[in-house]
Design a protein around this ligand. Sequence first.
Ligand code: S3P
Length: 425
Amino acid sequence: MQISKASPLHGELSVPGDKSISHRAVMFGSLAKGTTEITNFLQGADCLSTIACFRQMGISIENTPEHILIHGRGLHGLTAPSSVLDAGNSGTTTRLISGILSGQSFSSVLTGDESIQSRPMKRIMTPLSMMGADITSIHGNGCAPLQINGRPLKAVHYNSPVASAQVKSCVLLAGMYGDGITSVTEPVLSRNHSELMLRHFGAKVLSEGTTASIYPEPQLQGRYISVPGDISSAAYFIAAGLLVPGSQILIKNVGVNPTRDGILKVCSAMGADITRLNENNDSGEPTADLLVKSSELHGTVIEGELIPTLIDEIPMLAVMAAFASGTTIIRDAAELKVKESDRIAVMTENLSLMGVDIEATSDGMIIRGGRPVHGAAVDSRLDHRIAMSFAVAALAAEGTTTIKDASCVRISYPNFYEDLFSFMK
Ligand code: S3P
C-alpha cells in the first residue's frame, strides 16, 4: 500500500462496531437461553473467528448484513467440537474462550495463527489452574495450542499481576462454572465490557474499585445488543483529522466508555481540538459523536492508570507524538511487547525510518517530536494497528510511504483504506 501526503480532510464517517464488545456479544449470546440479536457487529477477521468457534460447539449463528442472530443454548448447552478450535489472530477469542472451555463437560484443543502461538497464555493458565482447570500448553512453552479438558471448577479470588481485560474476563467466565463467587482484582482497572454485558444478560456481577466478582450458574437470557463504534478504530481518524492541517472530521457513534477513552484525555493534554456531541448512554455503553479539527499538538507524558484505557491506541499516539512539538514519554506500557507484534520495537523501527527521533525503553517509548517526518518503506509485521497507524503517518509526512502487508487491517477494520481514501476525493 502506497500513501502520500494529503491535502485537508473533510467529511464524516461511522467507524465499524467495537471489537471487544462484538466478541463478547457472540460469546454471551451463545451461553444465554434464547435469541440474541446484535446490530453493528464488527465483521473483522477476529470476531469472525469467535463466531466460527461457537458454531463448532453447536451454536446456530446467522450472519446477515442487517444483524447477527445467535440461537443460544444456555450455560451448559455447548457441545464438543469435532476438530481443533481456531482463534486466528485473536487474543480475546483465545483467552476468553479458554475460561469457558475450562468449565465444560468435554475436552477441546484451541489454537490460532503464528502470532497467537507466540503470545503468553500462562497469564490465564495460572488462575484457571488455581480454579482446578485442566489446561496445558501442548508444546510446553506457555503458548497455544492449548489442551483444555473441561471439569467442575472451584471459585477463587485472583489477584492479577497484569491489568488485562482478557485475563479478568477469562477468570470471570470460568467463574460462571465455579462453586461460589469468583473475583478478580487487577492492579489498574482495565476495560469493563464483560462486567457491563454479563449484567445486561442477567448475571450477578459486582464491581468495586479494581475488583470484579461473579456469582456462579447465572441464568443468562438472550438480549438485543447494539454495538457502538470502536474508539480504537476511530483513533486513526481522530489522528488524521488532527495531523493533516486544515482538516475537520465528524466521527459518529463512537463508544466512549471511561475504561476506553484514554486517547481523548491524551489528545486534550496534547492540545487537540475535539468536541463530544450527541452523548448517549441508552445501550449501557456510553457513546458520542466526535468533531475533530486539525490542531498544533505538543508532547505529553502517558503513564499509569491511563495505560489500560488506551493500550491499543499507543501506536497511533506514538505517531501523533512524532508530529507534536516537544517530547512525549510513554511508560508503564510493557504490555505492548506481547500484543499482535512487539509494538515498542516495531513502532521504534518504523518511525526511525521516517526520520523520527524515537527511543525504545523497557516499558514504553520516548519521542522527541517536531523534526521533519518523511515517507519510508515500513513493515506492518502483520499487525493491523501498526498498518493503520502508518497509513495515517503517511498522510502527514513529506513524500510517499509504502506499507508492507497492509491488508492485515482486515483483523479489525476490513474497509479501513476505503474509509480513509473517501476523505481524499
Ligand atoms: C481486549 C483487551 C486488551 C486489548 C485487546 C482487546 C479485550 O488486551 O489490547 O485488543 O477485548 O478484552 P489485554 O487484556 O491483554 O490488555
